[in-house]
Design a binder for this molecule. Structure first.
Ligand code: UDP
Ligand code: MN
Length: 264
């Protein structure tokens, strides 16, 4: 195991912790050889921190208000960017030389250790606007200098989408043209709800997906699951198509088999 590199995720409340737990467990099941780190904010309850610590090697509290003054200032000037600035805390993990960030609403389907061969800043195209990257999966190098430059950028320019993705895209603005090595293949950030917009491509390449991302407003934990059939229920799954349903079922399989027993 490489102890100076880590997979990192973020949960600012107990609901997103459910996602982080399934993500962490999916990394373990696929024999991740790097440390597993989850950033939490003070809102996350103690019982969930205890459960997180059984899946993750490190549970690190980040606190916007009590951290360094420049964070406080940036936060006060741009209160709308609260969660965005929280995600930027991952650059402060300077006890690691390189990290892979994964949103708490992602699920790892196979080993992805090879992502550590990439350099900052690597990410996959966003399905909605492919000249932008999606900030749900990215390779980065912790650095206090980069962290403060990012905060300064947030304070000066805000974020064109009000979230971390707009901010990171305007900060790493040459991503789409400068270095093809920094374009991660889409299979490292396959959005579960894009599969039906180009279904022949999904048919051709979908089975090689390594990370699925449940981006958008309906998250796996919003569905109802029937453990008898191993499937999310019809009423809960709404307009989810067959591929999406299969990813949802995989998420719930891990949640039911591996996470719920930890909560007892
Ligand atoms: N997040 C969080 N609490 C929130 C919203 C977001 O912890 O209330 C974190 C979590 O890691 C999440 C990421 O920020 O995966 C980005 O948000 P989300 O995945 O909901 O955005 P989307 O991918 O749907 O654009
Ligand atoms: Mn997400």
């Amino acid at each position: 195991p490489v102890s100076d590199q880590a997979f990192v995720t973020l949960a600012t409340n107990d609901v997103y912790c459910q996602g982080a737990l399934v993500l962490g467990q999916s990394l373990r099941e696929h024999r991740a050889t790097r440390r597993l780190v989850v950033l939490v904010t003070p809102q996350v309850s103690n019982p969930l921190r205890v459960i997180l610590s059984r899946v993750f090697d490190e549970v690190i509290e980040v606190n916007l208000i009590d951290s360094a003054d420049y964070v406080h200032l940036a936060f006060l000037k741009r209160p709308d960017l609260g969660i965005t600035l929280t995600k930027l805390h991952c650059w402060t993990l300077t006890h690691y030389s390189k990290c892979v960030f994964l949103d708490a609403d992602t699920l790892v389907l196979s080993n992805i250790d090879e992502l550590f061969d990439r350099r900052e800043f690597s990410a996959a195209p966003d399905p909605g606007w492919p000249d932008c990257f999606n900030s749900g999966v990215f390779v980065f190098q912790p650095s206090l200098e980069t962290h403060s430059l990012l905060l300064q950028h947030a304070t000066d320019h805000g974020s064109f989408d009000g979230a971390d993705q707009g901010l990171l895209n305007s900060f790493f603005s040459n991503w789409s043209t400068a270095d093809i090595q920094k374009h991660l293949p889409f299979i490292y950030n396959l959005s579960s709800n894009t599969t039906y917009t180009y279904s022949p491509a999904f048919k051709q390449f979908g089975s090689s997906a390594k990370v699925v991302h449940f981006l958008g407003s309906s998250k796996p934990w919003n569905y109802k699951y029937n453990p008898q059939t191993g499937s999310v229920s019809e009423e809960g799954s709404g307009r989810a198509d067959q591929h999406q349903t299969s990813f949802l079922n995989q998420w719930w399989g891990i949640y039911h088999r591996r996470i719920l027993p930890l909560c007892e």
